[in-house]
Design a protein around this ligand. Structure first.
Ligand code: HEM
Length: 413
C-alpha cells in the first residue's frame, strides 16, 4: 500500500515531543536518534485489525530463524567436514558433548518447522493474493528466500554424512549432470570430484554457512519492503481503511508472542515425543558408497519436487519441471493481473468459491506429488505423479491468468 502511514498521527506527535534533544550533532547522538526512530516506526506501524492467525507465521519464521542460527553456529564448533570424520563428529556431539543431543535436536526439528511454516506462509500469500501490486517486490524477495532456504536445507542434510546424505548428494549431482552442454562441468563443481566425498562436504558446509547469513539479510529486506507497502488483510481492500487499522505494538506484538509460544510448545512436543517425524532412520547409518539404499528419498519438504522430478522420463526435463515448480512462484504477480480491489470484489461476488477450489487442487497436487516421490515412481504412482504435476502447473499457468481476467471483467461491468 503505497503511502501507508507508518504510525498513528497522535502516537507520532506524542513521540515527537518525547524526542530528547540531539542537536549536538554528535555521531552517538545521531545513532541514538536513528535507533529510536526505527523502534518508534516499527512499533507504531499500522496493520489491518482483522489479520488472522496466519499472519503470525511471519513472526514464527523469525523466531525459528534465530533458533537455527544460534544452534547452527554452536553445532559448527564440533562438526568436521571430512568424509572420514563427519559422521563420527556428529555422533560425538550427540553422545559426548554436554547437551550436544539437544542442540542437534533443536536444529533438526527447527528445519522441519521452518519449512512447514514457510509453506504455510506462501499458502497464505496465495490465498489472500498478497503478491498483488504493490507487493510484487515483497513476493519476489520471499520467493528468493524460499529458494535459498531450500538450498540451505539440502546442504545441511548432506553434512551428517549418513546414507541418505550421501545418496541424496549423489542423486542431486546426477540431476545437475543431466543439463545439456554444461551438465558435466556443473556436476564436477557441485561434487568436487567424480562422486560425493570430502570436497562435496566442504562445498556443502560453506554453502550452508554463508547462505544462512544471506537469508538473514534478505529477511531484513523482506520486512523493510513490507513496511513500505503495508499488509494485505483477509477482508481485502476494505481492510485497508485507516479507521480499521491498529498499531503493531501492543496489539500484534502480543498476538505474535502468543503464536510463538504455541509454536514453542508444539516444537517441544515433537522434539521430545515424536523425533521420528523430523529424522530419517537411514541417515543414522554412516555413508556407504558401495551400498545403494533400496529407497532413496529426501526430507518430506522436498518430496513433491522429487515426485515431479521422477514423473518425467527425461532427467533434464524432470529437473526443469521440478525446479520450475519453485521458480514459477517468482512470476505469480505477473500471471495474476488482478488488483486488491478486483480481488475483493471477486472474492465476495459470484465466483467466491472458485479460487478456494483451485487452491485446494494445488494443495492436493502437492500432497499427491509428495506421495509419488515416496514410492518407486512406476505403474499407478507414475500416473498419479504426472497428474499431480499437471494439477500443480494448471493452477499457475491456467487458473491464475484466467481467473484474474474473469474477475477484472466482472468488476468493470
Ligand atoms: C525466511 C523466510 C521468511 C521470513 C522470515 C518471512 C517473514 C515475514 C514476516 C515477519 C512478515 C510479516 C508478518 C506476516 O505477514 O506473516 C512477512 C510477510 C510477507 N511475506 Fe514473508 N517471510 C519469509 C518468506 C516468504 C516467502 C517464501 C514468501 C512468498 C514467496 C513471502 C511472502 C510474504 C508476503 C507476500 C508478505 C506480506 C503479507 C501481507 O500482505 O500482509 N515470505 N514475511
Amino acid at each position: 500500500m503505497a503511502g501507508t502511514p507508518s504510525c498513528l498521527e497522535s502516537t507520532c506527535q506524542d513521540q515527537a515531543h518525547e524526542e530528547p534533544d540531539t542537536a549536538d550533532g554528535s555521531a552517538s547522538g545521531r545513532t541514538a536518534q536513528t535507533a529510536r526512530a526505527f523502534v518508534r516506526d516499527y512499533m507504531a506501524f499500522l496493520l489491518p485489525r482483522d489479520l488472522n492467525s496466519l499472519w503470525t507465521i511471519g513472526a514464527m519464521l523469525m523466531a525459528v530463524l534465530v533458533l537455527m542460527l544460534l544452534s547452527g553456529l554452536t553445532l559448527a564448533l564440533t562438526y568436521t567436514p571430512d568424509a572420514s570424520l563427519a559422521f563420527s563428529s556428529v555422533e560425538t556431539l550427540e553422545r559426548r558433548v554436554p547437551f550436544g543431543w539437544l542442540l542437534r535436536s533443536l536444529h533438526m526439528t527447527g528445519a522441519t518447522f521452518f519449512m512447514a511454516a514457510l509453506y504455510l506462509h506462501v499458502f497464505r500469500g496465495l490465498w489472500y493474493g498478497s503478491y498483488r501490486a504493490p507487493r510484487q517486490g515483497l513476493w519476489s524477495v520471499g520467493t528468493v528466500l524460499l529458494i535459498l532456504v531450500m538450498v540451505t536445507a539440502f546442504a545441511g542434510y548432506v553434512l551428517p554424512w549418513g546414507q541418505m546424505s550421501y545418496w541424496g548428494a549423489d542423486v542431486a549431482g546426477k540431476a545437475v549432470g543431466a543439463i545439456p552442454l554444461v551438465g558435466n562441468t556443473l556436476e564436477g563443481v557441485f561434487l568436487g570430484g567424480e562422486s560425493p566425498g570430502t570436497a562435496t562436504l566442504h562445498r556443502m558446509f560453506v554453502l550452508h554457512f554463508t547462505l544462512a547469513f544471506t537469508i538473514v539479510g534478505l529477511v531484513l529486506l523482506h520486512v523493510a519492503i513490507l513496511h513500505r507497502r503495508g499488509s494485505t488483510s483477509p477482508s481485502g481492500a476494505a481492510g485497508q481503511d485507516r479507521a480499521r487499522m491498529l498499531p503493531f505494538h501492543p496489539y500484534f506484538t502480543v498476538k505474535d508472542g502468543l503464536g510463538v509460544v504455541v509454536l514453542a510448545i508444539l516444537f517441544t512436543l515433537v522434539m521430545c515425543f515424536w523425533p521420528g517425524l523430523v529424522t530419517e532412520a537411514a541417515n543414522y547409518r554412516p555413508a556407504n558408497p558401495l551400498h545403494t539404499p533400496a529407497d532413496i528419498e529426501p526430507e518430506w519438504y522436498f518430496l513433491p519436487f522429487y515426485g515431479m522430478l521422477q514423473a518425467v522420463p527425461s532427467k533434464f526435463f524432470g529437473l526443469l519441471v521440478s525446479g520450475g515448480a519453485v521458480a514459477i512462484l517468482l512470476v505469480v504477480p505477473w500471471l495474476d493481473r488482478g488488483t486488491a480491489a478486483t480481488f475483493a470484489a471477486g472474492r465476495w461476488g459470484g465466483l467466491r468459491w472458485l479460487p478456494r477450489v483451485a487452491l485446494g487442487v494445488l494443495v492436493c497436487s502437492c500432497v499427491l506429488a509428495g506421495l509419488a516421490g515416496r514410492h518407486h515412481v512406476q505403474g499407478v504412482w507414475l500416473l498419479l505423479g504426472r497428474l499431480a504435476t499437471v494439477g500443480y502447473y494448471l493452477y499457475f499457468l491456467g487458473f491464475l491468468p484466467f481467473y484474474s481476467r474473469l474477475v477484472g471483467r466482472e468488476a468493470r461491468s
